[in-house]
Design a protein around this ligand. Structure first.
Ligand code: MG
Length: 357
């Protein structure tokens, strides 16, 4: 099922590796959830087909392969409706992987590559002023940073409006951040996080990032910079293989360099190895933490903080996962089903903090 043949291994920070299951939602035994999520993938297929064709230049060959993608993946979804256990298990991660498999089978290596590049460029132009503004916060800087993560995570290219807003030049990160809900958030462990933050610095953080563009550049990088500034060694980890608009390691590495060119503190942190980038081994917009790259597993052994960011990584696959070190799960809810599950609302924020055990 995986697109990579890389050797993968469990993240050593899992508190119960044998009992770990990367699925918050079981689609075999919950027909209502199954119908909901298959419809989400069906709806998304329309925009995916357009992105895929555009990513390969949009000519007749690309259009034809995009149509083939539409037919092929729709057939997979129809099969799952009729035969939920066709693949032995059924969960959101599996359907994501089937989608990436269909893209590759139709010759699309990275359907969102142009969009990701454009988003990264746009976000970088805003980075200096976002950092300068955050630096003016003193006592409430941590909350401002977390709100920034939420604002960035709203921009997810399941949502086409993101691209439209970028193209129209109408994206205002600060405006979006101002629109993030006031506390209490849907899941709100911020006070516990802030208490821990005040008690001293972490030694080493493993930070799983999500989408290219504002999400990683304006949301997560400032948080990583603040951790590094406090003396934490920060390992920023991104997908090895492309999946939707998630940033890949091959995109993250040059992006960090470009960000460092814009900010002396980021440059210093990268120059001294306090911020490094590492491939996660992952090939999906969700993540299975019992199958990460060997390099990441080695780096994680002495970490005392894990950060999972984004709906796929923090909620859909790992909301209930427990870790031996402190774990911070940050995301904005962009699906009604998850909003109902968490007793919240669409675009509600999740800040879950669990002490290590
Ligand atoms: Mg994503």
């Amino acid at each position: 099922m995986r697109s990579s043949s890389e050797t993968l291994t469990p993240l050593p920070l899992l508190a119960d590796p044998d009992g770990y299951a990367p699925h918050t939602v079981d689609l075999i035994h919950d027909p209502e959830a199954r119908a909901y999520w298959i419809e989400v993938f069906e709806h998304h297929l329309r925009s995916l087909v357009g992105c895929a064709a555009a990513s390969d230049g949009g000519g007749p060959d690309a259009e034809q392969r995009a149509e083939q993608l539409r037919v092929q993946f729709q057939a997979t979804l129809d099969r799952l409706k009729a035969e939920p256990d066709a693949f032995g298990e059924l969960n959101i991660l599996l359907i994501c992987r089937l989608r990436e498999q269909a893209l590759r089978a139709c010759g699309f290596a990275d359907a969102y590559r142009h969009i990701k590049a454009a988003e990264n460029d746009a976000a970088l132009t805003l980075l200096p002023e976002v950092l300068a503004e955050l630096d003016r916060h003193a006592d409430d800087r941590l909350e401002a940073l977390i709100r920034g993560v939420f604002a960035g995570n709203i921009f997810d290219l399941g949502a086409r409006s993101t691209t439209d807003r970028f193209e129209a030049g109408g994206f205002d990160f600060r405006q979006t951040r101002a629109e993030v809900d006031a506390r209490p958030w849907v899941v709100d462990d911020f006070d516990a996080l802030a208490d821990r933050w005040r008690s001293g610095s972490y030694r080493k953080a493993i930070v799983f990032v999500d989408n290219a563009g504002a999400d990683v550049v304006l949301g997560m990088l400032p948080l990583c910079r603040e951790l590094a500034r406090r003396g934490t060694e920060v390992v920023v980890t991104a997908n090895t293989e492309p999946a939707l608009n998630d940033i890949t390691i091959d995109e993250l590495t040059p992006l960090l360099q470009r960000a460092a060119d814009l900010d002396p503190e980021l440059a210093a942190a990268m120059g001294t190895g306090r911020i490094v980038a590492m491939p996660s081994g992952n090939d999906a917009p969700l993540i299975e933490l019992n199958a990460v790259s060997v390099a990441l597993a080695d780096a994680a052994r002495d970490a005392d903080l894990l950060i999972l960011e984004g709906m796929g990584r923090a909620i859909e696959t790992n909301f209930d996962a427990r870790f031996t070190c402190d774990a911070l799960k940050l995301a904005v809810i962009k699906e009604e089903h998850l909003a109902r599950m968490l007793g919240g609302h669409l675009y509600g924020a999740v800040c879950r903090f669990d002490a290590g055990r």
